[in-house]
Design a binder for this molecule. Structure first.
Ligand SMILES: [Fe+2]
Ligand SMILES: [Fe+2]
Length: 337
């Protein structure tokens, strides 16, 4: 946040030369493209920014399982079911890597989960839209995972080591997700007129919410400038959105589909696809909890968390038993040493 950044610099100036030196050395490491690791000194604001970003990212992976999980039992073939199951399991894994990366910053996973369940923490606005037909599973893989890749590839070079390393593996899996989604769309578009109409309908509903996934326009983005200085974020929201549009429009045309934007046009001078105005009021409403599925998603998450309590308790009891057994076995040996 720009104002926060100024305040942070003011605070450093007030804290004296020693503190200012630490900040300068930290920034120099960032400029030199060194990775910051959990035990390294870091400014408190850097730590807080990462905790917020990584935990929001983790929550998005976990909540993102819900709209697609909805179609596992109704997948049109065994092959589709197996691929969708694998994809949804991957998303659970992404959530776990990311909660683990957040924990290296000194926060407890339980607290982060509580923040999600009681509504203090945000997750991606996109997962508050419904999956009405099988074509939505294709559209999500193609567009939502495609947008996620645009966002996440630059995060593989994020200055914070554990986040950057988690993103490398996640991006490989996201690429599989995007392809399986596109392949579903391709199959539908080469199918019957009804199937093609289903694919078109899914594109019509998911296109604009996907453009919103990149966050508010740069002119209104609160966190961008300081995150860029810290090399957490390498491209602005608008830059990433444009990259996504440029990559995705030719793919849609290859499918023979039309984008729900009469202003979409190729600008030969810039080499970019120009697009119409995004309805930011819709985005604000969804973030405020008033999207089509916000309440349903959070209810499902809370129910799943409550239903899984016995698993967490049993896992903890089992880990405790193993640890006691290991220390009992190691006891006499270490005493002898
Ligand atoms: Fe993911
Ligand atoms: Fe994914």
């Amino acid at each position: 946040m720009y104002t926060q950044a100024l305040n942070a610099r003011d605070a450093v100036a007030e804290a004296g030369p020693e503190e200012a030196g630490r900040h300068a050395r930290f920034q120099a490491r960032i400029e030199a493209e060194e990775r910051i690791e959990p035990n390294d000194w870091m400014p408190e604001a850097y730590r807080r920014t990462l905790v917020r970003q990584i935990s929001q990212h983790a929550h998005s992976e976990i909540v993102g399982m819900l709209p697609e999980g909805n179609w596992i039992t109704r997948a049109p073939s065994l092959k589709r079911k197996a691929a969708l199951l694998a994809k949804v399991q991957d998303e659970a894994g992404h959530g776990l890597y990311l909660y683990a990366a957040a924990e290296t910053l000194g926060v407890a996973r339980e607290d982060l989960v509580d923040q999600l369940l009681d509504g203090r923490a945000k997750y991606s606005s996109i997962f508050n839209y419904p999956t009405l037909t099988w074509a939505d599973i294709g559209a999500i893989g193609w567009l939502v995972d495609g947008a996620a890749i645009m966002n996440q590839i630059p995060l593989c070079r994020c200055s914070y080591g554990p986040y950057a390393r988690a993103m490398i593996r996640i991006c490989k899996e996201e690429s599989f997700h995007q392809r399986q989604g596109y392949e579903i769309m391709l199959t539908l578009c080469r199918g019957t007129p009804e199937q093609k109409a289903m694919a078109q309908d899914a594109l019509n509903r998911w296109w604009w919410p996907c453009l919103m996934m990149f966050g508010p326009p740069d002119s209104e983005s609160q966190h961008s400038e300081q995150s860029a200085r810290w090399k957490i974020k390498r491209f602005s929201n608008d830059e990433l959105r444009q990259k996504f549009v440029d990559a995705t429009v030719p793919q849609g045309h290859h499918l023979g589909l039309a984008f729900p934007d009469p202003e979409l046009a190729y600008d030969a001078e810039t080499g970019h696809w120009r697009f119409g105005a995004i309805d930011w009021e819709e985005f604000r409403q969804v973030l405020a909890g008033n999207g089509p599925c916000n309440r349903q998603r959070m209810r499902q998450r809370r129910d799943a968390h409550a239903a899984g309590a016995w698993v967490r308790e049993a896992a903890l009891a089992h880990a405790g038993k193993r640890a006691r057994r290991a220390s009992a076995e190691a006891g006499p040996a270490s005493a002898a040493a």
